[in-house]
Design a protein around this ligand. Structure first.
Ligand SMILES: [Zn+2]
Ligand SMILES: [Zn+2]
Length: 189
């Protein structure tokens, strides 16, 4: 049902007083409107200083909110693992954060245009382009979500690590397919 922007924006503020932080997806579900509409509403509210946009969501401005400044995983809402952070920059300008590459592989932008994703190199701790990273799935080292997904900027490093800790080495597209198969029940396999 179409709703007036003012009505929705009041509703968003009401939700935020209840739960401090909301993701774009939660707002899309609750308001029954498109992510673009949610973004427009949040931009209005942010311009008015009523809310603070955070990665993939929104919170009350810092002075009225004690918690909620740290982004949480857009898939499972866990805190972001500092050794495994994964972030996707969508063409809309939205940033989606994931606790680890496991959840990161399941992040999806609204548009199907390619997004830029960055993942944390497990050995060195810096962010690398996920599309060029090596993904080691199901190794003996579990940092965050199961099955464990570790990412390496260098395929050679990943192979050396795999020799010691096992797992399957895949590229971005293969790892994404692998994870989607684990999580989605395809009605037409
Ligand atoms: Zn997660
Ligand atoms: Zn995780």
């Amino acid at each position: 049902m179409p709703s007036l922007p003012e009505t929705r924006q009041r509703q968003i503020l009401t939700y935020l007083r209840e739960s401090e932080t909301l993701t774009i997806n939660e707002l899309v579900d609750r308001l029954g409107v498109s992510p673009m509409t949610v973004h427009r509403d949040l931009n209005r509210l942010a311009e008015a200083g009523l809310v603070q946009k955070i990665h993939g969501g929104v919170t009350l401005p810092a002075e009225t909110s004690e918690i909620g400044s740290a982004p949480r995983c857009a898939m499972c809402h866990q805190a972001i693992h500092p050794r495994a952070a994964f972030v996707t920059h969508c063409p809309t300008g939205e940033q989606q954060h994931a606790c680890c590459p496991h959840c990161g592989l399941m992040l999806a932008c609204e548009q199907t245009q390619p997004a830029l994703s960055l993942t944390t190199d497990f050995l060195y701790g810096h962010m690398v382009n996920a599309h060029q990273a090596a993904f080691l799935i199901g190794s003996g080292v579990t940092l965050c979500c199961m099955p464990s997904v570790l990412t390496f900027g260098s395929r050679a490093d990943a192979e050396r690590f795999q020799q010691g800790f096992g797992g399957t080495l895949l590229d971005f597209a293969q790892a994404q397919q692998h994870l989607q198969r684990l999580h989605l029940i395809d009605p037409n396999p």
